[in-house]
Design a binder for this molecule. Structure first.
Ligand SMILES: *[C@@H]1O[C@H](CO)[C@@H](O)[C@H](O)[C@H]1NC(C)=O
Ligand SMILES: *[C@@H]1O[C@H](CO)[C@@H](O)[C@H](O)[C@H]1NC(C)=O
Ligand SMILES: *[C@@H]1O[C@H](CO)[C@@H](O)[C@H](O)[C@H]1NC(C)=O
Ligand SMILES: *[C@@H]1O[C@H](CO)[C@@H](O)[C@H](O)[C@H]1NC(C)=O
Ligand SMILES: *[C@@H]1O[C@H](CO)[C@@H](O)[C@H](O)[C@H]1NC(C)=O
Length: 389
C-alpha cells in the first residue's frame, strides 16, 4: 500500500468520541425558505455556457410567475459535488419550480451538528517506526477539513520543513475579517468560508460573534485540522491542509451550520483538488440517503478518487444508530467495550470481508434489499440515515 493509503487509514482512525450538539435552532420561515433542487442536466439549453448561468436564469424567471412575492434568489449553484442548486423560494415559486420539466427532486434546508476527536496516543503510533514513517507522515497529501475554519497562527500550522504546494492545487486563501491570504503557507494551502445558506436561513453567520472569514472563532475546526495534519499532534504531520468553514457562531446560535453551506464547502474542496476530506459533522434531518448532502457530495468525491472520512457521532440519536453511514464514506466512531463482534460482510459480487458489527439490540424486521425509494430510517427514528448493522 502506498503512503497515501496509509495516510487516509490513519486519518480515519482519528475521529473519535464526544459530540457537541447544536442549539436547536429553527429556520426563520417567514413565507420563503431555502431548498436544494436537483434538475435533470440534460435539459440545460445549450446557449447557457454553464450550469450556474442556467440555474441563475431559471430562478430569475420566477419573479414573473409569482409577481406578488419577494424575489427568489439563488444561494448556491453546485457543480462538482452534484448538479444541484439551492435557492430561497416562496410556496408559489417552489410550486412553479416543481412544474419545470427538468425538475427531479426538492429538499428543504436542514441543520448540521458538530462531532469531535481524540489523539494518536490512543492509536499507539510511534514517530520512529511503523505506519507513520512508512506513510511518510502524509507527505504531499492534501486534506480538506470541512468545519468551523482555522486559527492560522497556531504552531500546529507552522510550515518548517513542509514540501511545497503540490502542482495542480487550485485552492486559495480568501481575504476577510482578521484573515488575509498571506496567512497561508506550505502547511495551510487553502482557506475559504461559506455562509450564504446560513444567512438565507435568517441566522447571521457574519455577525459580531464570528469572523466573516475562514478564521475559526469556535476552535473545533482548528482542533480537527491540527489532529488531522498539525505538526505537533497531527496524524499526518507532513500533509497539507485546506480549511473550508461551514459552521458559524451565529448571533444567539453558536455552532450553526446548514446543508446548503456544507454542500458548498464540499463542492469547493472537490474543485480545489483535495486528496482527502475530513468531516466531523452530521446533518440532523435526512429522511433518506438521496437527500443527505454529505452522502451525495461524498459519492462524487469518491468517484474522483477523493477519500471522505466522517465522524459517526456517538450519541445515536438512538441505541445502535449512527450518522454518515453511506457505505462509500469511511465513517469512524468510538467504542466503549474492548471486544469485537465479528461478522462477514458479503458484497453483491461475492467478495467477502470480515467486519465488526454492532450487536442487534432490537430486531429489525424488514430486511428487503434497499431500492431507490427505500426510507433509510427505522420506526421511532425520525431523523438521519441510521441503519442498524
Ligand atoms: C416577512 O417578509 C416580509 C416581506 O419581505 C417582511 O416585510 C416581514 O417583516 C417579514 N416577517 C418576518 C416575521 O420576518
Ligand atoms: C433526463 O432527461 C432526459 C431527456 O429528456 C431523459 O432521457 C432522462 O431519462 C432524464 N433523466 C432522469 C433521471 O429523469
Ligand atoms: C517507539 O519505538 C522505539 C523503538 O522500538 C521505542 O524505543 C520507543 O519507546 C517507542 N515510542 C513510543 C512512544 O512508543
Ligand atoms: C487581500 O488583502 C490584501 C491586504 O489587504 C491585499 O493586498 C490583497 O490584494 C487582497 N487579496 C485579494 C485576493 O483580495
Ligand atoms: C450580520 O451582522 C453584522 C455585524 O453584526 C452586520 O454588519 C451585518 O449587516 C449582518 N448581516 C445581515 C445579513 O444581517
Amino acid at each position: 500500500m502506498g503512503a497515501f493509503s496509509y495516510c487516509w487509514m490513519l486519518l480515519a482512525l482519528q475521529l473519535l468520541l464526544l459530540q457537541l450538539w447544536l442549539t436547536n435552532a429553527s429556520l426563520n420561515l417567514n413565507n420563503s425558505q431555502t431548498y436544494i433542487i436537483h434538475l435533470n442536466n440534460s435539459h440545460k439549453p445549450s446557449p447557457f455556457p454553464n450550469h450556474e448561468s442556467w440555474h441563475r436564469n431559471m430562478v430569475k424567471s420566477l419573479t414573473l410567475v409569482c409577481p406578488k412575492d419577494k424575489d427568489a434568489f439563488l444561494v448556491y449553484s453546485y457543480t462538482h459535488a452534484t448538479h444541484r442548486f439551492s435557492a430561497k423560494l416562496t410556496p408559489c415559486q417552489l410550486a412553479e419550480v416543481e412544474k419545470w420539466p427538468a425538475h427531479l427532486t426538492t429538499h428543504k434546508e436542514s441543520f448540521g451538528l458538530m462531532f469531535t476527536t481524540h489523539t494518536p496516543k490512543f492509536l499507539g503510533l510511534n514517530r520512529s517506526l511503523g505506519i507513520w514513517p512508512t506513510a511518510s507522515y502524509g507527505k504531499d497529501v492534501i486534506i480538506g477539513v470541512v468545519d468551523t475554519g482555522i486559527w492560522p497562527e497556531s504552531e500546529s500550522f507552522n510550515d518548517d520543513g513542509m514540501s511545497s504546494i503540490p502542482s495542480g492545487w487550485k485552492g486559495r486563501c480568501e481575504n476577510g475579517t482578521a484573515f488575509t491570504s498571506s496567512l497561508c503557507n506550505n502547511k495551510l494551502i487553502g482557506a475559504r468560508s461559506f455562509s450564504k445558506g446560513l444567512n438565507a436561513a435568517g441566522l447571521n453567520g457574519s455577525s459580531d460573534n464570528d469572523f466573516d472569514s475562514p478564521r475559526d472563532s469556535n476552535s473545533h475546526g482548528t482542533h480537527t485540522s491540527s489532529t488531522a495534519a498539525g505538526v505537533a499532534i497531527g496524524i499526518a504531520p507532513r500533509a497539507h491542509l485546506a480549511s473550508y468553514k461551514v459552521i458559524w457562531n451565529a448571533l444567539n446560535v453558536p455552532a450553526s451550520s446548514v446543508a446548503t453551506d456544507i454542500l458548498a464547502g464540499m463542492d469547493q474542496a472537490i474543485s480545489d483538488g483535495v486528496d482527502v476530506m475530513s468531516i466531523s459533522l452530521g446533518i440532523r434531518e435526512q429522511p433518506s440517503l438521496y437527500q443527505d448532502v454529505i452522502a451525495i457530495a461524498s459519492f462524487s468525491a469518491i468517484v474522483k478518487g477523493i477519500v471522505v472520512v466522517c465522524a459517526a457521532g456517538n450519541s445515536g440519536p438512538d441505541a445502535a444508530t449512527m450518522y454518515n453511514a453511506a457505505p462509500w464514506i469511511m465513517t469512524v466512531g468510538a467504542g466503549t467495550i474492548d471486544r469485537n463482534f465479528v461478522a462477514t460482510l458479503e458484497l453483491g459480487n461475492g467478495l467477502k470481508f470480515k467486519a465488526n458489527r454492532m450487536p442487534n439490540f432490537y430486531p429489525v424486521t424488514n430486511r428487503t434489499p434497499p431500492t431507490k425509494d427505500t426510507k433509510m430510517n427505522y420506526p421511532n427514528m425520525n431523523q438521519g440515515f441510521h441503519p442498524r448493522i
